[in-house]
Write a new protein. Structure first.
Lengths: 414, 228
Protein backbone atom coordinates (compact mmCIF):
# COMPACT_ATOMS: atom_id res chain seq x y z
CA UNK A 1 0.00 0.00 0.00
CA UNK A 2 1.50 3.38 -0.94
CA UNK A 3 2.37 5.67 1.93
CA UNK A 4 -0.08 8.53 2.37
CA UNK A 5 1.33 12.02 2.01
CA UNK A 6 2.00 13.79 5.28
CA UNK A 7 -0.43 16.66 5.81
CA UNK A 8 0.49 19.86 7.63
CA UNK A 9 -1.46 18.97 10.73
CA UNK A 10 0.05 15.48 10.81
CA UNK A 11 3.54 16.92 10.60
CA UNK A 12 2.85 19.48 13.34
CA UNK A 13 1.17 16.94 15.57
CA UNK A 14 4.24 14.75 15.36
CA UNK A 15 6.73 17.58 15.65
CA UNK A 16 5.33 19.29 18.70
CA UNK A 17 5.36 16.32 21.08
CA UNK A 18 8.97 15.80 20.03
CA UNK A 19 9.74 19.41 20.96
CA UNK A 20 7.91 18.88 24.23
CA UNK A 21 10.06 15.89 25.04
CA UNK A 22 13.15 17.97 24.33
CA UNK A 23 11.88 20.58 26.74
CA UNK A 24 11.26 17.83 29.29
CA UNK A 25 14.86 16.71 28.97
CA UNK A 26 15.91 20.19 30.06
CA UNK A 27 13.30 20.47 32.79
CA UNK A 28 14.58 21.47 36.16
CA UNK A 29 11.32 21.85 38.04
CA UNK A 30 8.50 19.60 36.93
CA UNK A 31 5.11 19.37 38.63
CA UNK A 32 2.49 16.68 38.27
CA UNK A 33 -1.23 17.10 38.93
CA UNK A 34 -3.62 14.18 38.66
CA UNK A 35 -7.22 13.36 39.36
CA UNK A 36 -9.35 10.30 39.38
CA UNK A 37 -13.14 10.11 39.54
CA UNK A 38 -15.92 7.57 39.46
CA UNK A 39 -19.46 8.57 38.53
CA UNK A 40 -22.21 5.99 39.10
CA UNK A 41 -25.84 6.44 38.01
CA UNK A 42 -29.17 5.19 39.17
CA UNK A 43 -31.56 5.89 36.35
CA UNK A 44 -34.96 5.48 34.92
CA UNK A 45 -35.59 6.04 31.23
CA UNK A 46 -38.36 5.39 28.74
CA UNK A 47 -36.18 6.26 25.75
CA UNK A 48 -35.42 4.29 22.62
CA UNK A 49 -32.09 2.45 22.58
CA UNK A 50 -29.32 5.01 22.41
CA UNK A 51 -27.02 5.71 19.48
CA UNK A 52 -24.31 3.60 21.09
CA UNK A 53 -26.71 0.66 21.06
CA UNK A 54 -27.39 1.29 17.40
CA UNK A 55 -30.74 2.93 18.16
CA UNK A 56 -32.16 6.37 17.55
CA UNK A 57 -32.73 7.38 21.17
CA UNK A 58 -32.04 11.03 21.79
CA UNK A 59 -30.62 10.52 25.30
CA UNK A 60 -27.69 8.48 26.53
CA UNK A 61 -29.62 5.71 28.25
CA UNK A 62 -32.60 3.83 26.81
CA UNK A 63 -35.37 2.06 28.75
CA UNK A 64 -33.36 -1.18 28.79
CA UNK A 65 -30.61 0.66 30.68
CA UNK A 66 -32.82 1.62 33.65
CA UNK A 67 -31.12 0.65 36.91
CA UNK A 68 -27.50 1.16 37.88
CA UNK A 69 -25.03 2.29 35.21
CA UNK A 70 -21.52 3.65 35.00
CA UNK A 71 -21.59 7.35 34.16
CA UNK A 72 -17.89 7.76 33.70
CA UNK A 73 -14.64 6.58 35.24
CA UNK A 74 -11.93 9.12 34.55
CA UNK A 75 -8.24 9.58 35.10
CA UNK A 76 -6.45 12.80 34.16
CA UNK A 77 -2.83 13.79 34.38
CA UNK A 78 -1.20 17.18 33.83
CA UNK A 79 2.56 17.15 33.75
CA UNK A 80 4.58 20.34 33.62
CA UNK A 81 7.50 19.98 31.29
CA UNK A 82 10.03 22.61 32.09
CA UNK A 83 8.82 26.11 32.65
CA UNK A 84 6.47 26.78 29.73
CA UNK A 85 5.27 23.40 28.49
CA UNK A 86 2.77 21.00 29.95
CA UNK A 87 1.26 17.72 28.81
CA UNK A 88 -2.35 16.80 29.55
CA UNK A 89 -3.95 13.37 29.31
CA UNK A 90 -7.62 12.57 29.92
CA UNK A 91 -8.59 8.89 29.91
CA UNK A 92 -12.14 7.64 30.45
CA UNK A 93 -14.31 4.57 30.55
CA UNK A 94 -18.00 4.97 29.69
CA UNK A 95 -19.05 1.32 29.48
CA UNK A 96 -21.32 2.02 26.50
CA UNK A 97 -20.32 -0.91 24.27
CA UNK A 98 -17.29 1.04 23.09
CA UNK A 99 -14.80 -0.59 20.76
CA UNK A 100 -12.20 -0.26 23.48
CA UNK A 101 -13.25 -0.19 27.17
CA UNK A 102 -10.84 2.63 27.97
CA UNK A 103 -10.32 5.59 25.67
CA UNK A 104 -8.51 8.88 25.49
CA UNK A 105 -10.87 11.85 25.23
CA UNK A 106 -8.13 14.51 25.18
CA UNK A 107 -4.33 14.36 25.02
CA UNK A 108 -2.27 17.40 24.21
CA UNK A 109 0.84 19.42 24.74
CA UNK A 110 0.40 23.03 25.76
CA UNK A 111 2.97 25.77 25.26
CA UNK A 112 2.19 28.78 27.42
CA UNK A 113 4.87 31.48 27.44
CA UNK A 114 4.56 34.43 29.80
CA UNK A 115 2.58 37.42 28.55
CA UNK A 116 4.66 40.00 26.80
CA UNK A 117 3.57 43.66 26.82
CA UNK A 118 0.02 42.58 27.52
CA UNK A 119 -0.15 39.89 24.81
CA UNK A 120 0.00 36.17 25.36
CA UNK A 121 0.38 33.31 22.92
CA UNK A 122 -0.74 29.76 23.60
CA UNK A 123 -0.13 26.76 21.39
CA UNK A 124 -1.81 23.39 21.77
CA UNK A 125 -0.91 20.24 19.87
CA UNK A 126 -2.62 16.88 20.09
CA UNK A 127 -6.28 15.98 20.60
CA UNK A 128 -8.62 18.45 22.32
CA UNK A 129 -11.89 20.35 21.98
CA UNK A 130 -12.02 23.56 19.96
CA UNK A 131 -13.07 26.52 22.14
CA UNK A 132 -16.83 26.49 21.57
CA UNK A 133 -18.67 25.22 24.65
CA UNK A 134 -19.52 27.68 27.39
CA UNK A 135 -21.20 25.17 29.71
CA UNK A 136 -18.51 22.47 29.73
CA UNK A 137 -16.06 24.38 31.88
CA UNK A 138 -15.31 21.76 34.53
CA UNK A 139 -12.43 19.30 34.41
CA UNK A 140 -12.84 16.49 31.87
CA UNK A 141 -14.93 18.75 29.61
CA UNK A 142 -17.94 18.29 31.89
CA UNK A 143 -20.70 20.69 32.76
CA UNK A 144 -20.97 21.81 36.37
CA UNK A 145 -24.65 22.64 35.77
CA UNK A 146 -26.17 19.45 34.36
CA UNK A 147 -25.20 15.82 33.72
CA UNK A 148 -26.35 15.81 30.07
CA UNK A 149 -24.79 18.37 27.77
CA UNK A 150 -26.81 20.62 25.47
CA UNK A 151 -27.60 19.28 21.99
CA UNK A 152 -24.78 21.42 20.58
CA UNK A 153 -22.14 20.27 23.04
CA UNK A 154 -23.36 16.66 22.90
CA UNK A 155 -22.71 16.68 19.16
CA UNK A 156 -19.24 18.14 19.68
CA UNK A 157 -18.57 15.43 22.29
CA UNK A 158 -19.60 12.72 19.84
CA UNK A 159 -18.02 13.87 16.59
CA UNK A 160 -15.79 16.93 16.90
CA UNK A 161 -12.28 17.06 18.27
CA UNK A 162 -9.21 18.91 17.13
CA UNK A 163 -6.53 16.42 16.21
CA UNK A 164 -3.91 18.92 15.27
CA UNK A 165 -2.64 22.29 16.32
CA UNK A 166 -4.30 25.37 17.79
CA UNK A 167 -2.84 28.80 18.39
CA UNK A 168 -4.44 31.47 20.55
CA UNK A 169 -3.33 35.07 20.87
CA UNK A 170 -4.81 37.06 23.72
CA UNK A 171 -4.66 40.68 24.71
CA UNK A 172 -4.88 40.72 28.51
CA UNK A 173 -6.60 44.03 29.12
CA UNK A 174 -7.61 43.13 32.67
CA UNK A 175 -3.89 42.91 33.50
CA UNK A 176 -3.18 46.37 32.20
CA UNK A 177 -5.82 48.58 33.73
CA UNK A 178 -8.74 47.78 31.40
CA UNK A 179 -11.88 45.85 32.14
CA UNK A 180 -11.88 43.39 29.22
CA UNK A 181 -9.68 40.85 27.43
CA UNK A 182 -9.72 39.88 23.75
CA UNK A 183 -8.49 36.77 21.99
CA UNK A 184 -8.27 35.18 18.56
CA UNK A 185 -7.90 31.45 17.93
CA UNK A 186 -6.97 29.46 14.85
CA UNK A 187 -6.75 25.71 14.49
CA UNK A 188 -5.60 23.26 11.84
CA UNK A 189 -6.50 19.61 12.18
CA UNK A 190 -6.79 16.24 10.49
CA UNK A 191 -8.69 13.04 11.27
CA UNK A 192 -12.13 14.62 11.20
CA UNK A 193 -13.50 13.50 7.85
CA UNK A 194 -16.19 11.52 9.63
CA UNK A 195 -17.58 14.53 11.52
CA UNK A 196 -21.19 14.83 10.44
CA UNK A 197 -21.85 11.11 9.94
CA UNK A 198 -23.68 10.66 13.23
CA UNK A 199 -25.48 13.99 13.06
CA UNK A 200 -26.81 13.38 9.54
CA UNK A 201 -27.89 9.84 10.41
CA UNK A 202 -29.19 9.96 13.99
CA UNK A 203 -29.76 13.67 14.44
CA UNK A 204 -29.03 15.60 17.61
CA UNK A 205 -28.87 13.88 21.00
CA UNK A 206 -28.47 15.09 24.59
CA UNK A 207 -25.82 12.98 26.21
CA UNK A 208 -22.69 13.19 28.32
CA UNK A 209 -20.55 10.63 26.63
CA UNK A 210 -17.49 11.73 24.72
CA UNK A 211 -16.27 9.59 21.86
CA UNK A 212 -12.69 8.59 22.63
CA UNK A 213 -10.14 9.69 20.06
CA UNK A 214 -10.23 7.16 17.21
CA UNK A 215 -13.27 5.60 18.85
CA UNK A 216 -16.43 4.31 17.21
CA UNK A 217 -20.00 5.47 17.58
CA UNK A 218 -22.80 2.90 17.41
CA UNK A 219 -22.48 -0.76 16.48
CA UNK A 220 -21.31 -2.15 13.13
CA UNK A 221 -24.30 -4.46 12.70
CA UNK A 222 -27.03 -1.99 13.64
CA UNK A 223 -28.92 0.29 11.26
CA UNK A 224 -29.01 3.11 10.49
CA UNK A 225 -25.53 4.17 11.62
CA UNK A 226 -23.68 0.82 11.31
CA UNK A 227 -20.88 2.08 13.54
CA UNK A 228 -19.43 5.45 12.54
CA UNK A 229 -15.85 6.55 12.96
CA UNK A 230 -15.68 10.34 13.29
CA UNK A 231 -11.88 10.49 13.58
CA UNK A 232 -10.70 9.33 10.19
CA UNK A 233 -8.17 10.79 7.79
CA UNK A 234 -8.28 9.60 4.19
CA UNK A 235 -8.54 12.62 1.90
CA UNK A 236 -5.23 14.28 2.87
CA UNK A 237 -6.91 17.62 3.49
CA UNK A 238 -6.59 19.54 6.73
CA UNK A 239 -9.55 21.14 8.41
CA UNK A 240 -9.40 24.65 9.83
CA UNK A 241 -11.22 26.85 12.30
CA UNK A 242 -10.93 30.41 13.44
CA UNK A 243 -12.59 32.08 16.37
CA UNK A 244 -12.73 35.16 18.55
CA UNK A 245 -13.36 35.59 22.24
CA UNK A 246 -14.06 38.63 24.39
CA UNK A 247 -14.28 38.69 28.16
CA UNK A 248 -15.58 41.47 30.39
CA UNK A 249 -13.87 41.16 33.80
CA UNK A 250 -14.78 37.72 35.15
CA UNK A 251 -18.46 38.27 34.36
CA UNK A 252 -19.07 37.87 30.65
CA UNK A 253 -17.57 35.62 27.99
CA UNK A 254 -18.49 35.96 24.30
CA UNK A 255 -17.30 33.44 21.73
CA UNK A 256 -17.71 32.93 17.99
CA UNK A 257 -16.06 30.32 15.82
CA UNK A 258 -16.14 29.21 12.19
CA UNK A 259 -15.28 25.55 11.53
CA UNK A 260 -14.66 23.75 8.25
CA UNK A 261 -13.24 20.24 8.17
CA UNK A 262 -12.56 20.78 4.43
CA UNK A 263 -13.23 17.11 3.78
CA UNK A 264 -13.53 16.08 0.14
CA UNK A 265 -17.09 14.74 -0.02
CA UNK A 266 -16.19 12.47 -2.93
CA UNK A 267 -13.71 10.44 -0.90
CA UNK A 268 -14.54 7.01 0.46
CA UNK A 269 -12.34 5.08 2.85
CA UNK A 270 -12.35 1.51 1.67
CA UNK A 271 -10.76 0.18 4.85
CA UNK A 272 -13.53 1.36 7.16
CA UNK A 273 -16.15 1.74 4.39
CA UNK A 274 -16.70 5.33 5.49
CA UNK A 275 -17.71 8.35 3.44
CA UNK A 276 -16.05 11.69 3.91
CA UNK A 277 -18.42 14.38 5.18
CA UNK A 278 -17.63 17.98 4.45
CA UNK A 279 -18.91 19.66 7.59
CA UNK A 280 -18.90 23.39 8.16
CA UNK A 281 -20.54 25.43 10.87
CA UNK A 282 -20.64 28.79 12.59
CA UNK A 283 -21.09 28.92 16.33
CA UNK A 284 -21.50 31.69 18.85
CA UNK A 285 -22.31 31.96 22.51
CA UNK A 286 -22.41 34.13 25.57
CA UNK A 287 -22.03 33.37 29.24
CA UNK A 288 -23.02 35.90 31.89
CA UNK A 289 -22.31 35.48 35.57
CA UNK A 290 -23.88 37.80 38.06
CA UNK A 291 -23.98 38.34 41.77
CA UNK A 292 -25.67 35.86 44.11
CA UNK A 293 -24.62 32.80 42.07
CA UNK A 294 -26.64 33.50 38.91
CA UNK A 295 -25.33 32.24 35.57
CA UNK A 296 -26.93 32.48 32.15
CA UNK A 297 -25.58 30.80 29.02
CA UNK A 298 -26.76 30.84 25.41
CA UNK A 299 -25.13 29.02 22.51
CA UNK A 300 -26.01 28.86 18.84
CA UNK A 301 -24.76 26.59 16.07
CA UNK A 302 -25.60 26.64 12.38
CA UNK A 303 -23.94 24.52 9.72
CA UNK A 304 -24.23 21.79 7.16
CA UNK A 305 -22.78 18.43 6.27
CA UNK A 306 -22.37 17.13 2.71
CA UNK A 307 -21.30 13.79 1.32
CA UNK A 308 -21.07 12.39 -2.21
CA UNK A 309 -20.03 8.99 -1.05
CA UNK A 310 -22.41 6.84 -3.04
CA UNK A 311 -22.32 8.93 -6.17
CA UNK A 312 -25.03 11.51 -5.48
CA UNK A 313 -24.67 14.64 -3.40
CA UNK A 314 -26.50 14.66 -0.10
CA UNK A 315 -26.65 17.65 2.24
CA UNK A 316 -27.97 18.11 5.75
CA UNK A 317 -28.18 21.68 7.06
CA UNK A 318 -28.34 21.63 10.86
CA UNK A 319 -29.04 24.17 13.54
CA UNK A 320 -29.35 24.21 17.30
CA UNK A 321 -29.66 26.70 20.13
CA UNK A 322 -29.99 26.53 23.86
CA UNK A 323 -30.43 28.79 26.85
CA UNK A 324 -29.39 27.78 30.36
CA UNK A 325 -30.12 29.51 33.63
CA UNK A 326 -28.44 28.46 36.84
CA UNK A 327 -28.43 29.63 40.44
CA UNK A 328 -25.90 28.57 43.04
CA UNK A 329 -26.73 28.56 46.74
CA UNK A 330 -23.49 27.68 48.51
CA UNK A 331 -22.97 23.99 47.83
CA UNK A 332 -26.28 23.62 45.98
CA UNK A 333 -26.86 24.47 42.32
CA UNK A 334 -30.15 24.50 40.48
CA UNK A 335 -30.13 24.70 36.68
CA UNK A 336 -32.64 24.63 33.85
CA UNK A 337 -31.95 24.49 30.14
CA UNK A 338 -34.05 24.63 27.00
CA UNK A 339 -32.62 23.17 23.79
CA UNK A 340 -33.96 23.46 20.27
CA UNK A 341 -32.50 21.54 17.34
CA UNK A 342 -33.15 20.80 13.69
CA UNK A 343 -31.48 18.68 11.02
CA UNK A 344 -32.88 19.35 7.59
CA UNK A 345 -32.45 16.79 4.82
CA UNK A 346 -32.39 18.11 1.28
CA UNK A 347 -32.02 14.67 -0.22
CA UNK A 348 -34.18 12.43 -2.37
CA UNK A 349 -35.29 10.18 0.48
CA UNK A 350 -35.35 12.82 3.18
CA UNK A 351 -33.48 10.51 5.52
CA UNK A 352 -31.74 12.05 8.51
CA UNK A 353 -34.34 14.80 8.90
CA UNK A 354 -34.92 15.47 12.57
CA UNK A 355 -36.22 18.28 14.73
CA UNK A 356 -37.16 18.75 18.32
CA UNK A 357 -36.64 20.44 21.61
CA UNK A 358 -35.63 19.43 25.12
CA UNK A 359 -35.97 20.56 28.72
CA UNK A 360 -33.32 19.73 31.30
CA UNK A 361 -33.59 20.41 35.03
CA UNK A 362 -30.76 19.55 37.39
CA UNK A 363 -29.88 19.84 41.05
CA UNK A 364 -26.22 19.48 42.05
CA UNK A 365 -25.09 19.06 45.64
CA UNK A 366 -21.33 19.37 46.08
CA UNK A 367 -21.02 17.80 49.52
CA UNK A 368 -17.27 18.40 49.70
CA UNK A 369 -14.25 18.28 47.42
CA UNK A 370 -14.68 14.52 46.99
CA UNK A 371 -18.41 13.82 46.82
CA UNK A 372 -20.97 15.23 44.40
CA UNK A 373 -24.58 14.20 44.01
CA UNK A 374 -26.64 15.22 40.98
CA UNK A 375 -30.28 14.68 40.16
CA UNK A 376 -31.30 15.39 36.58
CA UNK A 377 -34.55 15.19 34.69
CA UNK A 378 -34.34 15.39 30.92
CA UNK A 379 -37.20 15.31 28.44
CA UNK A 380 -36.68 15.35 24.68
CA UNK A 381 -39.53 15.78 22.21
CA UNK A 382 -38.40 14.90 18.71
CA UNK A 383 -39.59 14.15 15.24
CA UNK A 384 -37.32 11.84 13.26
CA UNK A 385 -37.93 10.72 9.69
CA UNK A 386 -35.44 7.83 9.86
CA UNK A 387 -37.05 6.50 13.04
CA UNK A 388 -40.37 6.29 11.22
CA UNK A 389 -38.72 4.61 8.23
CA UNK A 390 -37.37 1.92 10.55
CA UNK A 391 -40.84 1.24 11.94
CA UNK A 392 -40.82 3.55 14.95
CA UNK A 393 -42.94 6.60 15.69
CA UNK A 394 -42.27 9.86 13.84
CA UNK A 395 -42.99 11.90 16.97
CA UNK A 396 -41.63 10.75 20.28
CA UNK A 397 -41.22 12.08 23.82
CA UNK A 398 -38.38 10.51 25.75
CA UNK A 399 -37.71 11.11 29.45
CA UNK A 400 -34.63 10.20 31.41
CA UNK A 401 -34.24 10.64 35.17
CA UNK A 402 -30.77 10.17 36.62
CA UNK A 403 -29.27 10.24 40.09
CA UNK A 404 -25.48 10.46 39.88
CA UNK A 405 -23.01 9.98 42.70
CA UNK A 406 -19.45 10.94 41.95
CA UNK A 407 -16.36 10.44 44.04
CA UNK A 408 -13.17 12.24 43.05
CA UNK A 409 -9.60 12.01 44.28
CA UNK A 410 -6.59 13.97 43.17
CA UNK A 411 -3.50 15.95 43.90
CA UNK A 412 -5.51 19.17 43.89
CA UNK A 413 -8.52 17.72 45.74
CA UNK A 414 -8.21 17.82 49.53
CA UNK B 1 37.60 55.33 74.64
CA UNK B 2 35.38 58.37 74.27
CA UNK B 3 36.99 61.74 74.91
CA UNK B 4 35.63 63.53 77.96
CA UNK B 5 32.74 65.83 77.21
CA UNK B 6 33.66 69.43 76.78
CA UNK B 7 32.52 71.59 79.59
CA UNK B 8 31.33 75.04 78.52
CA UNK B 9 33.67 77.59 79.99
CA UNK B 10 33.47 81.30 80.10
CA UNK B 11 30.23 83.35 79.74
CA UNK B 12 30.28 83.68 75.96
CA UNK B 13 27.32 85.89 75.13
CA UNK B 14 27.53 84.95 71.47
CA UNK B 15 27.23 81.26 72.29
CA UNK B 16 24.26 81.94 74.53
CA UNK B 17 22.55 83.96 71.83
CA UNK B 18 23.10 81.16 69.31
CA UNK B 19 21.59 78.65 71.68
CA UNK B 20 18.57 80.89 72.22
CA UNK B 21 18.09 81.31 68.49
CA UNK B 22 18.32 77.58 67.98
CA UNK B 23 15.69 77.06 70.67
CA UNK B 24 13.38 79.60 69.09
CA UNK B 25 13.79 78.04 65.67
CA UNK B 26 13.03 74.65 67.15
CA UNK B 27 9.89 75.96 68.81
CA UNK B 28 8.76 77.53 65.55
CA UNK B 29 9.31 74.26 63.74
CA UNK B 30 7.40 72.40 66.43
CA UNK B 31 4.50 74.87 66.05
CA UNK B 32 4.34 74.02 62.30
CA UNK B 33 4.58 70.31 63.01
CA UNK B 34 1.65 70.25 65.38
CA UNK B 35 -0.55 67.54 64.02
CA UNK B 36 -4.15 67.76 63.02
CA UNK B 37 -6.28 64.78 62.10
CA UNK B 38 -7.01 64.39 58.41
CA UNK B 39 -10.11 62.33 57.68
CA UNK B 40 -10.95 61.17 54.14
CA UNK B 41 -14.38 59.67 53.40
CA UNK B 42 -15.09 57.81 50.20
CA UNK B 43 -18.66 57.59 48.96
CA UNK B 44 -20.12 55.74 45.99
CA UNK B 45 -22.41 57.69 43.62
CA UNK B 46 -25.46 56.42 45.53
CA UNK B 47 -24.00 57.65 48.81
CA UNK B 48 -22.79 54.37 50.30
CA UNK B 49 -19.40 54.00 51.99
CA UNK B 50 -16.66 52.43 49.86
CA UNK B 51 -14.41 50.24 52.00
CA UNK B 52 -10.95 49.25 50.80
CA UNK B 53 -10.21 52.35 48.70
CA UNK B 54 -6.53 53.27 48.70
CA UNK B 55 -5.82 56.82 49.91
CA UNK B 56 -2.42 58.47 49.47
CA UNK B 57 -1.53 61.90 50.84
CA UNK B 58 1.43 64.04 49.72
CA UNK B 59 2.41 67.53 50.99
CA UNK B 60 2.27 70.26 48.36
CA UNK B 61 4.92 72.37 50.12
CA UNK B 62 8.01 70.21 49.87
CA UNK B 63 8.80 66.60 49.26
CA UNK B 64 7.75 65.30 52.68
CA UNK B 65 9.27 62.34 54.38
CA UNK B 66 9.58 59.03 52.54
CA UNK B 67 7.57 56.23 54.10
CA UNK B 68 9.64 53.42 55.58
CA UNK B 69 9.73 50.26 53.44
CA UNK B 70 7.88 47.23 54.77
CA UNK B 71 8.08 43.49 54.32
CA UNK B 72 4.69 42.20 53.19
CA UNK B 73 3.27 38.80 52.27
CA UNK B 74 0.73 37.95 49.55
CA UNK B 75 -0.28 34.31 49.83
CA UNK B 76 -1.88 32.07 47.20
CA UNK B 77 -4.57 29.75 48.51
CA UNK B 78 -7.59 28.13 46.81
CA UNK B 79 -6.26 29.47 43.50
CA UNK B 80 -6.57 33.07 44.62
CA UNK B 81 -4.20 35.75 45.86
CA UNK B 82 -4.74 36.54 49.55
CA UNK B 83 -5.03 39.43 50.04
CA UNK B 84 -5.82 40.55 46.51
CA UNK B 85 -4.69 44.16 47.15
CA UNK B 86 -1.71 45.48 49.08
CA UNK B 87 -0.44 49.04 49.49
CA UNK B 88 3.29 49.24 50.11
CA UNK B 89 5.85 52.07 50.21
CA UNK B 90 8.53 52.24 47.55
CA UNK B 91 11.47 50.05 48.47
CA UNK B 92 9.32 47.41 50.16
CA UNK B 93 9.56 43.67 49.58
CA UNK B 94 6.71 41.22 49.13
CA UNK B 95 6.89 37.49 49.60
CA UNK B 96 4.58 35.32 47.44
CA UNK B 97 4.28 31.90 49.08
CA UNK B 98 2.06 29.31 47.38
CA UNK B 99 -0.05 27.45 49.95
CA UNK B 100 -1.98 25.51 47.27
CA UNK B 101 -1.28 21.94 46.31
CA UNK B 102 -1.14 23.02 42.65
CA UNK B 103 1.70 25.03 41.13
CA UNK B 104 1.40 28.70 40.27
CA UNK B 105 3.38 30.89 37.92
CA UNK B 106 3.13 34.57 38.84
CA UNK B 107 3.74 37.41 36.43
CA UNK B 108 3.38 41.16 36.10
CA UNK B 109 3.95 43.21 32.98
CA UNK B 110 3.02 46.48 34.67
CA UNK B 111 5.54 49.28 34.00
CA UNK B 112 6.11 49.76 37.75
CA UNK B 113 7.49 46.23 38.07
CA UNK B 114 7.90 43.54 35.43
CA UNK B 115 8.71 40.16 36.91
CA UNK B 116 7.80 36.51 36.91
CA UNK B 117 8.17 33.70 39.40
CA UNK B 118 8.59 30.43 37.52
CA UNK B 119 6.31 27.50 38.37
CA UNK B 120 6.41 26.75 42.07
CA UNK B 121 4.75 25.48 45.20
CA UNK B 122 5.66 26.42 48.76
CA UNK B 123 8.19 29.20 49.28
CA UNK B 124 11.17 28.68 46.99
CA UNK B 125 11.82 32.32 46.04
CA UNK B 126 13.16 35.30 48.01
CA UNK B 127 10.82 38.28 48.45
CA UNK B 128 10.39 40.56 45.42
CA UNK B 129 11.65 44.13 45.74
CA UNK B 130 9.39 46.97 44.50
CA UNK B 131 11.42 50.11 43.84
CA UNK B 132 9.15 52.14 41.52
CA UNK B 133 5.83 53.75 42.44
CA UNK B 134 2.75 52.66 40.52
CA UNK B 135 0.10 49.97 40.24
CA UNK B 136 1.41 46.43 39.73
CA UNK B 137 -1.19 43.98 38.39
CA UNK B 138 -0.45 40.35 39.18
CA UNK B 139 -1.69 37.26 37.41
CA UNK B 140 -0.99 33.53 37.31
CA UNK B 141 -0.06 32.21 33.90
CA UNK B 142 -1.81 28.90 34.64
CA UNK B 143 -4.94 30.04 36.47
CA UNK B 144 -6.33 33.05 34.64
CA UNK B 145 -8.96 33.77 37.27
CA UNK B 146 -6.19 34.78 39.72
CA UNK B 147 -5.82 38.55 39.80
CA UNK B 148 -4.32 40.86 42.40
CA UNK B 149 -2.91 44.38 42.74
CA UNK B 150 -0.03 46.01 44.54
CA UNK B 151 -0.04 49.77 44.85
CA UNK B 152 3.54 50.92 45.37
CA UNK B 153 3.55 54.46 46.71
CA UNK B 154 6.05 57.16 47.64
CA UNK B 155 3.42 59.16 49.56
CA UNK B 156 4.28 59.89 53.20
CA UNK B 157 0.77 58.96 54.32
CA UNK B 158 -1.29 56.16 52.89
CA UNK B 159 -3.94 53.65 53.87
CA UNK B 160 -7.25 52.08 52.96
CA UNK B 161 -10.76 53.15 53.86
CA UNK B 162 -12.49 51.12 56.55
CA UNK B 163 -15.96 49.58 56.51
CA UNK B 164 -17.43 53.06 57.02
CA UNK B 165 -15.53 54.27 53.94
CA UNK B 166 -13.21 56.41 56.09
CA UNK B 167 -9.47 56.70 56.62
CA UNK B 168 -7.67 59.06 58.97
CA UNK B 169 -4.16 60.02 59.93
CA UNK B 170 -2.43 62.73 61.92
CA UNK B 171 -0.60 65.11 59.59
CA UNK B 172 1.25 68.41 60.16
CA UNK B 173 -0.65 71.53 59.21
CA UNK B 174 -0.11 72.43 55.60
CA UNK B 175 -1.40 71.90 52.08
CA UNK B 176 -1.87 68.41 50.66
CA UNK B 177 -2.83 66.46 47.58
CA UNK B 178 -5.07 63.48 48.35
CA UNK B 179 -5.39 60.73 45.74
CA UNK B 180 -7.76 57.78 45.61
CA UNK B 181 -7.31 54.43 43.89
CA UNK B 182 -9.28 51.21 43.72
CA UNK B 183 -9.42 48.58 40.96
CA UNK B 184 -13.18 49.00 40.69
CA UNK B 185 -13.18 52.77 40.06
CA UNK B 186 -14.02 54.01 36.58
CA UNK B 187 -12.99 57.64 37.11
CA UNK B 188 -9.84 58.97 35.50
CA UNK B 189 -6.84 59.83 37.67
CA UNK B 190 -7.59 63.56 37.65
CA UNK B 191 -11.10 62.99 38.95
CA UNK B 192 -9.68 61.13 41.92
CA UNK B 193 -7.34 63.90 43.11
CA UNK B 194 -8.21 66.57 45.66
CA UNK B 195 -6.19 69.36 47.25
CA UNK B 196 -6.86 70.63 50.74
CA UNK B 197 -5.31 72.74 53.45
CA UNK B 198 -5.05 71.47 56.99
CA UNK B 199 -5.32 74.72 58.91
CA UNK B 200 -5.67 75.70 62.54
CA UNK B 201 -8.50 73.36 63.40
CA UNK B 202 -7.65 70.04 65.02
CA UNK B 203 -9.45 68.14 62.34
CA UNK B 204 -9.74 68.44 58.56
CA UNK B 205 -12.24 66.33 56.69
CA UNK B 206 -12.51 65.56 53.01
CA UNK B 207 -15.33 63.59 51.41
CA UNK B 208 -14.78 62.25 47.93
CA UNK B 209 -18.06 61.51 46.21
CA UNK B 210 -17.56 59.22 43.23
CA UNK B 211 -19.60 60.05 40.16
CA UNK B 212 -19.42 56.84 38.15
CA UNK B 213 -20.82 53.48 39.25
CA UNK B 214 -18.22 50.96 40.42
CA UNK B 215 -17.10 48.09 38.23
CA UNK B 216 -18.58 44.79 39.45
CA UNK B 217 -16.67 43.10 42.26
CA UNK B 218 -14.78 39.89 41.43
CA UNK B 219 -17.11 36.91 41.65
CA UNK B 220 -16.80 35.17 44.98
CA UNK B 221 -17.12 31.47 45.63
CA UNK B 222 -16.85 30.31 42.04
CA UNK B 223 -15.47 26.77 42.28
CA UNK B 224 -11.77 27.02 41.54
CA UNK B 225 -11.76 23.83 39.51
CA UNK B 226 -13.78 25.52 36.72
CA UNK B 227 -12.16 26.88 33.58
CA UNK B 228 -9.16 24.71 34.34
Amino acid sequence: MPARPLTTSTALTLLLPALGLLAFAGASRAATDWDLSLDARLLNSNAEPSFMEGGLGTVRFGDRDSGVQLGRARFALTQSIGELWSAHLDVSMFDDRDRSPVGVTEAYLLFRPYPHNGYRLRLKAGAFYPPISLENRAAGWESPYTLSFSAIDSWLAVEVRTLGLEGQLEWLGTRSGHDFDLGVTAGVFGWNQGAGTVLSTDGFTLTDRQTPVFGRVGQPADAPLYGAEPFLQFDHRDGVYGGVEARYLDRVVLRALRYDNRADPNEVDEVSDSYAYNTTFNSAGARLEGDHGWTGIVQWLDGQSTTNGDGRPETWPFKSEYALLSKRFGRHTLSARYDWFDVHSINYFGHGAQSGHAWTAAYVFQANAHWRITLEWLQVVSSNYTREELGGPLQLTETQLQLAIRYALGSAIR
Amino acid sequence: MRPPARVPCGGSAARLAAAALWLLAGLAAARGAVAATLVVNVRTPDGHALPGAVITVRPLDGPGRRPAPVRAVMDQADRAFKPDLLVIPVGSTVEFPNSDSVSHQIYSFSPAKRFQLPLYRGKPYPPVHFDQPGVVTLGCNIHDQMLAYLLVTDAPWYGRSNEAGAWSSDVPRGRYRVELWHPRLREGEQDLERELTVGDADRAELTVQLTKPLLPAPLAERPHSWDY
